[in-house]
Design a protein around this ligand. Structure first.
Ligand code: CP3
Length: 347
């Protein structure tokens, strides 16, 4: 049996089955995750390789997803730059001392060895899952990580971030440069530890206009892609953001291999304009998982049919699973993707 994730990216026209995994597949909707989480702080779980590897594998063991995404968080790179992070229930991530001034940026300094436990998690996951399962490493993209460092917590409109971007663009770009450098080192470390694919999360690009997305998001993603290639990492790179359905031409130009699409986009329309060979991933609205089995089946099938067989396509959600998603519904999605027979292209 082949590794469908890799098969799809290498020769999509002969992949009769669409690989499937889900953003936030390791998380609170799973009772086995909550059982471990009850006993540990979230960040302790992230930095304890035995626990992080166990949690990474939980959804693989339950559902047989085609890819295991490393259990970690996008904000570990901010910690690796010396920022103090905590997670509190109901609030999410918090930096009590956010970045607001030049002095704040000047204080950032790489904490040597900080990310080493995460490389060990990667090694443990690889030795545990079967070769049929692709192991995906990830990092937050610089813009989205910077937005948390500046806001200090989750925010819908990113007011401080956008103000700094306008009033001191050079300082904002210096911050993005620091994050970019640590992100490149982190992703190279994950590749050396053995991940077979990478995903960059630039979740909050929907707050940007087109020129800002090009300058503050896509430009840094292009730099990361180039640096990884220069350092011999040839793993396929996916970019996700809420509004890649709008900004995808910028990411196509940035040199990524796969664009992970939020639920606003129509994959068929995107297919019509993307270059041959560019992969798509997505884009089921996770709220369908509150619906009936037949609603789920119909939408999954429509999404699968919207991408022609010559284009690499990985089934996923348009954003992460919510903590109250029923576990059965996840199985129905997986079953519906598996039931879909992709027409094989004969040349
Ligand atoms: O299963 C997976 O997808 C792998 C692990 C993963 C997590 N976070 C675990 C997590 C991944 C890939 C992420 C990425 C991440 N983290 C993003 C980008 C993707 C996205 O969802 O947009 C962002 C923006 C974050 C930052 C973050 N981490 C927030 C805003 C929160 C709070 C919201 C929440 O769900 O509690 C987290 C916490 C977090 N990251 C949890 C998990 C499993 C929940 C922690 C808990 O158990 O309390």
């Amino acid at each position: 049996m082949s590794n469908w994730y890799r098969h799809m990216l290498q020769s999509p026209e002969t992949a009769s089955r669409i690989p499937v995994w889900m953003m936030r597949q390791a998380g609170r909707y799973l009772p086995e995750y909550r059982a471990i989480r009850q006993q540990h702080d979230f960040l302790d779980m992230v930095y304890t390789p035995a626990i992080a590897a166990e949690v990474t594998c939980q959804p693989i063991e339950r559902y047989g997803f085609d890819a295991a995404i490393l259990f970690s968080d996008i904000l570990v790179t901010a910690q690796a730059l010396g920022m103090a992070l905590r997670f509190s229930d109901g609030v999410g991530p918090q930096f009590d001392i956010p970045i607001r001034t030049g002095d704040d940026v000047a204080r950032l300094q790489v904490v040597s060895g900080w990310l080493d436990p995460i490389y060990e998690t990667v090694e443990r996951v690889i030795s545990r899952v079967s070769p049929q399962t692709a192991v995906i490493g990830f990092a937050g993209a610089p813009f989205t990580v910077a937005s948390y460092m500046i806001e200090g917590r989750s925010s819908a409109q990113l007011p401080h971030t956008k103000r700094l971007m306008m009033t001191d663009t050079r300082l904002f770009e210096t911050l993005l440069d620091h994050i970019t450098d640590v992100t490149i080192a982190y992703l190279v470390g994950q590749c050396r530890a053995g991940v077979q694919a990478l995903q960059l999360f630039d979740t909050w690009i929907g707050t940007l206009d087109w020129p800002s997305c090009e300058r503050f998001s896509a430009h840094y993603i292009a730099r990361i892609v180039r640096a990884l290639r220069e350092q011999g990492c040839d793993q396929p790179i996916t970019v996700f953001g809420k509004q890649t359905s709008v900004f995808y031409p910028l990411y196509e130009a940035a040199g990524v291999d796969v664009i992970s699409v939020d639920w606003n986009g129509d994959l068929g329309r995107m297919d019509a304009v993307l270059r041959r060979g560019m992969g798509l991933q997505g884009n089921l609205d996770p709220h369908y998982l509150y619906g009936s089995k037949s609603q789920i089946q119909a939408r999954v099938q429509a999404i699968c049919e919207s991408v022609p067989s010559h284009r690499p396509f990985i089934f996923n959600l348009g954003h992460g699973l919510m903590p109250d998603i029923p576990t059965d519904a996840v199985q129905w999605v997986v079953d519906a993707v598996r039931a879909y027979q992709r027409p094989v292209v004969t040349v």
